[in-house]
Design a protein around this ligand. Structure first.
Ligand code: ATP
Ligand code: MG
Length: 189
């Protein structure tokens, strides 16, 4: 049965962002890491199906402009690459515990740069802060981490990118993939 909560309200702005979305195996490993870290840091764990890495945050836009974002995304080749998640850290100012990569692969830096170009060209606001590749694992964490290593690292086989809508509810944000761009050529070893 459809309910008021799953019928998009055409008059409501859409809160959107481009992101990398992990495959099930990567999400499982991130979830295991979150569980392990939660044991010492407490805080609120993100649901496994919400893990993502934000590439470009756009924010609230009129819903009819989503199509312009899809056109912008269509201009970018979706590359396949490995993102070696080998670092876990805390941001004290917002008490987030996140997983990241010590090295941002060129393909990822490239993707972010290209997104910013097409977004500006399409008249969307872009983030002025330096790109920080991270996947949020815990919010409101109450203790520092014992180690900043993810050992063994999580090799995330990135196969494309997505345009995502965020629906912030009382129980946390829910995300909907509006479009996924998949790399033509699979990852080479
Ligand atoms: P909530 O805000 O409900 O706690 P959330 O932060 O996951 O949940 P959103 O605020 O919709 O949900 O953000 C979606 C994604 O975009 C998240 O990864 C968030 O960190 C990122 N994000 C939000 N605001 C900005 C911003 N101003 N600049 C860069 N990234 C942002
Ligand atoms: Mg937020």
């Amino acid at each position: 049965m459809r309910t008021a909560t799953d019928t998009p309200d055409r008059t409501k702005p859409a809160r959107v962002f481009f992101a990398l979305w992990p495959d099930a195996g990567t999400a499982r490993r991130l979830d295991d890491l979150a569980a392990h870290t939660h044991a010492s840091c407490n805080g609120r764990r993100m649901r496994r199906d919400t893990f993502h890495l934000t590439l470009a945050f756009i924010g609230d836009i009129p819903r009819e402009r989503v199509v312009d974002l899809i056109t912008a995304g269509d201009r970018i080749p979706a590359a396949a690459f490995v993102l070696k998640m080998d670092r876990i850290a805390t941001w004290r100012h917002n008490r987030i515990v996140w997983a990241g990569a010590r090295e941002v692969p060129e393909a990822l830096a490239d993707l972010v740069a290209r997104l910013n170009v097409v977004l500006v060209e399409a008249g969307f606001p872009v983030e002025q802060r330096k790109f920080a590749a991270h996947v949020t694992l815990l919010r409101n964490a109450r203790a520092d981490l014992a180690s900043d290593e993810i050992d063994p690292p999580i090799d995330w086989q990135v196969g494309g990118f997505a345009l995502v809508e965020s629906d912030r509810r009382e129980d946390g944000a829910h995300y909907k993939l509006l479009k996924v761009w998949t790399a033509d050529s699979p990852l080479k070893d």
